[in-house]
Design a protein around this ligand. Structure first.
Ligand code: PDD
Length: 288
């Protein structure tokens, strides 16, 4: 079954989808995006994704001529047309199609919308059981990482450093040696029973999974602090894990070749994964 895409209202198979080269997404990466998960017909965190989409749009001064209902309807339509039961729906909104000029095109230029859905088979249980490795990479992105911008070149380059090293993720470290997040996920460390993650700031994307994991911990009474940590603190932590839309909560068991804790996903990580999945299935946080 071919994947289905839409570009400015035209539905095609993904491999047939075409966009004009003057789309500012193509020329400048001038746009924003979201990746939304649908599990057995149910969109996960849709309202949170829509909140972030509008926040990102505002962050790049992109006025969206569509309300949340219209955006949600398009996400749903691409999902339904895909025929998949569980899917990842990608949507990007650019500043539209206009001859190349750096300053913004006229205000009546309509944003260009591209979206497609791919099948989501779920992340393999073995991945969660064994955990993954990561490497640290200097965070060389811009100063507005809270915007889910299409400009992902530094993220791609960092991720490729990880890939070359045989690692799953790149952990991005600021100039002061503090851990921000990963190339496409947020990162947490468990130290003396306290779960820590970088606070909300312009240096990180406010991941939907980060938000849900934090709410899960708070509801269950797991001590948590949105407090930055350094690379040495992370290497000495009992557990490290990441959060993102496709794996939810995933243990990191090796960083820069150094074994974290016992070298396998720890009890807090596994508990949070369970709590996360419970919330995902029921919409209820489990209180502990
Ligand atoms: N990436 N941080 C960055 C830099 C990200 O790109 C992502 C997600 C996250 C996690 O956000 P969420 O929990 O909402 O998925 C954190 C998506 C999945 C991507 O680029 O494909």
């Amino acid at each position: 079954m071919p994947d289905i895409a839409v570009y400015n209202g035209e539905f095609t198979t993904l491999d047939q989808a075409k966009a004009p080269v003057n789309d500012r997404a193509f020329v400048f990466g001038d746009g924003i995006y979201e990746v939304v998960k649908v599990l057995h017909g149910k969109f996960f965190g849709l309202e949170l994704h829509l909140d972030r989409l509008y926040r990102s749009a505002e962050g790049i001064e992109l006025a969206l001529p569509w309300d949340r209902t219209a955006i949600a309807a398009l996400l749903k339509e691409i999902y339904v047309r895909s025929g998949y039961r569980s899917a990842l729906v990608y949507m990007q909104l650019s500043r539209g199609v206009h001859p190349r000029q750096h300053y913004f095109p006229p205000e009546n230029t309509v944003p260009a919308v591209a979206a497609w859905a791919t099948e989501f088979a779920g992340s393999p249980p073995a991945l969660h059981a064994e955990g993954v490795s990561a490497v640290t990479v200097p965070d060389e992105r811009w100063a507005k990482c809270w915007i889910k911008s299409l400009n992902l070149l530094p993220n791609c380059m960092a991720r490729n450093v990880a890939r070359r090293a045989g690692a799953y993720e790149a952990i991005l470290v600021d100039r002061d040696g503090l851990v921000n997040e990963c190339s496409a996920s947020n990162v947490f460390a468990v130290m003396n029973g306290v779960v820590r993650t970088a606070p909300r700031s312009r240096n990180i994307l406010r991941g939907i999974s980060r938000h849900v994991a934090i709410e899960c911990a708070l509801a269950a009474g797991i001590p948590l602090g949105e407090q930055a940590f350094s690379v040495p603190e992370m290497l000495a932590a009992d557990e490290v894990f990441l959060t993102s839309t496709s794996p939810d909560v995933l243990g990191i068991v090796r960083v820069d070749g150094v074994k974290i804790g016992a070298g396998k996903p720890g009890p807090v990580t596994m508990r949070l994964l369970k709590l996360f999945r419970h919330y995902q299935q029921t919409g209820e946080y489990q209180h502990g």
